[in-house]
Design a protein around this ligand. Sequence first.
Ligand SMILES: [Fe+2]
Length: 334
Amino acid sequence: MNNTSIDQDIFGSVCMGYAVIESNQLKQWKVFLQQGLGLHYNADEKAINEISFRMDDHAKRLIIQKGCSEDVVALGWQVEDQETLNVILKRLAEREISVEKSSIADAEQRGVAEFWRILGPKKQNIELFVDAKMTYEPLNMLSSSFVTGKAGMGHVAITSRKPLKMQRFWQEIFNARVSDYIEQVISGVTLDITFLRLNERHHSIAIATTKEIALDPIRTKVQHMNLQGASLDDLANAFQRCKQLGYEMAHEIGQHPNDKELSFYVISPSGFEIEFGWAPLVIDERTWKTTKYFAISTWGHKPENPSKLYMLSTNLSNLKQGVTTVIHPEYSPI
Ligand SMILES: [Fe+2]
């Protein structure tokens, strides 16, 4: 490989492909994703200790495996082709970031041909793959469809005490671009969010941090994961179904000022949030200008239970976790 490929801009060639969630509440997750958010449940799955869900022609998009973490334990990122993957692997090698190739069983579990795993910022397992197993069996789901394709299956928001290092990681390895920033003062604490895009999706990763003192009171590696429904009906119906099934809304329907997405945030069985969204804008690279906003939401996104302290999340009030994070440094591979 020559230096040209290392200097190559791979922006637009990587998107979010799957997520592995670990939970001891497989039954609850099945009801939540199938009946609440309206995904396709893979009923033919033979594995005992896991369940999986489709949103499109990919055989698996969300995998829930049995275990104690109650968290997202791996995020799969689909790379356009082998050449681009080689560029990424070379960049990782240059930084002495170790890469582990998947076992056959792990690849099978995720519904991909093979993948390469690295320990990313905040000890998040980042798994890179090229070929996903596809299926053309009809989808049987309550949502009409989900927007995936080249922009991937949605986005994740991650809290960090090393936001610049986390940002640098995504920029240096994946040529991430900054879409915009939001700064909002809530209860005297300044919350800073940086939105990074890897492709035409407004953001695939949002990095949130507290300004005055670097606290991370979020227990989970992912603060929320976003899935994009295809229509306003899908958004409204998923919201109603989740309410009827008794799931707590961290934030009811509202709109963000930057990506203009309409969305609600519902608390998953594992405690972190899933944002179900509709119609975020698609970025035109020729005209886009990076902006800073001073409010997370233009309207709505009100907590269902206002008696709790809501900033980013219902579990942001977990001060014990916040204090612990001051003592333990946050891992960064670069
Ligand atoms: Fe979001």
